[in-house]
Design a protein around this ligand. Sequence first.
Ligand code: ACO
Length: 355
Amino acid sequence: MVACVTIGQLVLKEGAPVTSLRSRVIGLGSFLPPRVVTNDDLAQIMDTSDEWIVQRTGIKERRWVEGVTSTSDLAVEASRRALDSAGLTPEDLDMIFLATISPDHFFPGSGVFLQTKLGLAGIPAIDVRQQCTGFIYALSMADQYIRTGSARKILVVGAEVHSKGLDKSTNGRDITVLFGDGAGAVVLEAMEVNNPQLDSHLLSTHLYTDGAHAEDLWVPAVSTAYDEQIVDQRMLDRGDQYPKMNGRQVFVHAVKRMPEAVEIALEHNGYQIDDVDLFVFHQANLRINEAVAHRLGAPEEKVFNTIEKYANTTAATIPIGLDEAVKAGRLQPGMLVALAAFGGGFTWGSALLRW
Ligand code: ACO
């Protein structure tokens, strides 16, 4: 008799064997808030210019929310679109993963707000906090539940509202110009893979972390690492609530780690770089992605970028990129797709999918 652990409506079978079940993307959606903020708009409020931003990053504009809109508000819109495209309702889901570093609140995680906005209760809703690599981590974790037969349909979301956490004065210009708000979601379904070369499925994920670089890209407060309060006036006076970045370190590591992660994924699955039909990288900076493509020997026409329009939406860049690539006709059934991300932590990783 198989012992079971019940968590909400999800039943985990103890010692369940790894099956031939694999994850397939059956739904995809994204949501960008309507308010467009151009580089020229930013130049009105801080000492920067369209020329500086485009030359260093490739970014021309980004979306920023207005009013009370939160991360889970963006997440629920993207989730509904993903569910619609899969022909499912929220009640069909077994689990939710939400990757974000800009949560609605310090706790509980934003996944619970997303769950209730979808009208659900009971199923596990799990937050993933792996920064720009969050979506790939969430995809990987969801895939493990599917491979063990523990869940059949999982919603995986990346969503961020960065605009409310940025220093919009000239002091914050190095970071503030880089970030945008947005959300993207996929619905994964369990399927038996009969022909690994042809069947649509997630082939593999590879995840990495190097915490020695935690302070090269981080938000120091609110924090339990300081003396007494998680937030106090001294922290606010120092601007600890705003992101800090060692841009050079990020650049150097991102252009090394993302190609490595893609190469490991290809080697693991017996493919070559030329076999990949489309690369969807995290959108940190167009110059990083150009360098990653160059190192991999990936031709420009096989790399899909959205950074020009949406800037860096951290955990949301990859599902937004997938959705936009489908809408643009660049991602079609049967294609081999390589995903890679690098971000705070440092964390990085890759995923390979037969679409
Ligand atoms: N507008 C105008 N001037 C600016 C701005 C701005 N928005 N930001 C910084 N500057 C100024 C600086 O103050 C500095 O002036 P100074 O020489 O008088 O001191 C000058 O521009 C150069 O600053 P650097 O930080 O050296 O700028 P650099 O040329 O290195 O480019 C950049 C900055 C684009 C961020 C670069 O470090 C980079 O590409 N880093 C990679 C990290 C990245 O893109 N991160 C994205 C988010 S993280 C992620 O998703 C993984």
